[in-house]
Design a protein around this ligand. Sequence first.
Ligand code: LLP
Length: 444
Amino acid sequence: MNKASAKIVSPNSSIQPVTAVRNLLNHLTIGKLDCVDLVQKYGSPLWIIDEETVHQSIQSCLAGLSQYPNSQLIYAGKAFLCTAICKLLQNYNIGLDVVSYGELFTAQTADFAPDKIYFHGNNKSPAEINLALDYGCVNFIVDNESELSTIIDLAKTKNIKANLMLRVTPDIETQTHEYIKTGHKSSKFGLSVNQIINLANKIAALDLNFLGLHVHLGSQSTKLKPYLDSVSVIAHLAKVLKLQYGLNTNQVNLGGGVGIKYNDNDNPIPLYKWSKSLALELKTQFELQALPKPKLILEPGRAIIGTAGVTIYTIGHNKVLDNGIEYISIDGGLADNPRPAMYQAKYTAELANRINAANKTVTIVGKYCESGDVLIKDINLEAKTGDLLVVYGTGAYNYTMSSNYNRTPRPACILVKDGKAEPIIKAETYHDLISHDNIPNWLE
Ligand code: LLP
């Protein structure tokens, strides 16, 4: 590592947010604020997002990209999105990957520059396409031929030339949970290299702005090699598109998916190393094909926001079964974090209100009516009712995948920075829960 890179912090390589420290009371502090006080003020459970960690993650990724003059970092909103996050991204001139009407609507509400928005997804509805077209020059990442026709038809009725990239499924496996792989042959996303070549004539003949190619291999990926292989697939395809169909690949979006450290045994690629390696590989591969260097776009989500987030829960009841298993219950679980149940995701946790002497193994369970509502199996923890548990690495795919299961309002999500805290998503109330209920008149 040279001197310059030694200074670059890649928060995705740490379990805790970068500002996490214990104070004299042994309470965990984040963003210079005592988590015990934060829970008293904003309630439990509580999501906390540390702005400094987001900042350092962005800087780390941008530092790697600085090797490549023409690049754009965009953030995958599916990891965690609200209007405040849109504003935060705008401060860094970062773009946004959206996949739904709701995400685009959120961006629009925050006045996000449309030319920095990339619209993904395998089944964009006419309403979603119209919203994007009406908002301005949003870029579409086209997933399939039928979607392409719908975008072209709708754009024509508005006299707009749509900006399009094609999503390539490169037939590359990445080492991650089966449910979050996307680059393999039978993925529901994108088109194979052959399908794209077969579509090239049509693209060349249509009245549209063809921007280039997109690829995304999967999420929580920990190996660099599949990424590098995907760059070579893209460069070869770009060559064919150019030589045989006169199509210029001016932009290459290499997706996101870089993993974060949830546990001591996770070894993610540091963000800086990831973005730098992809930048260098893109340069090499396009030079090899004697093609001009395209604009490079990267779109991580989890690695920008994941480590920045923690969830604080309050410990409730505990019990020891006849067979010796000890269950400790918390006041949240599956509804605010479905990832352990969905992907067998493993998290690191400890007490936030004291340093615990951990000499026994327990299982932390949520309060929801599901046997699968197990937050952490076999953790060393001594905890009593009223203690606060902090779970690390919950910034990504927790709030966005949360539900109101068992009619539970979602907790607040607060942003902390330098001793300041403010909700970026307010806690839901019980009135919110019933606000969409309707009693048909024949039941009155
Ligand atoms: N680009 C595309 C096209 C994607 O589909 C995704 C994630 C990303 C970028 C961002 O990936 P990230 O950098 O955040 O890994 N719910 C799952 C993750 C689903 C990811 C979906 N696509 C989980 O909780 O692990």
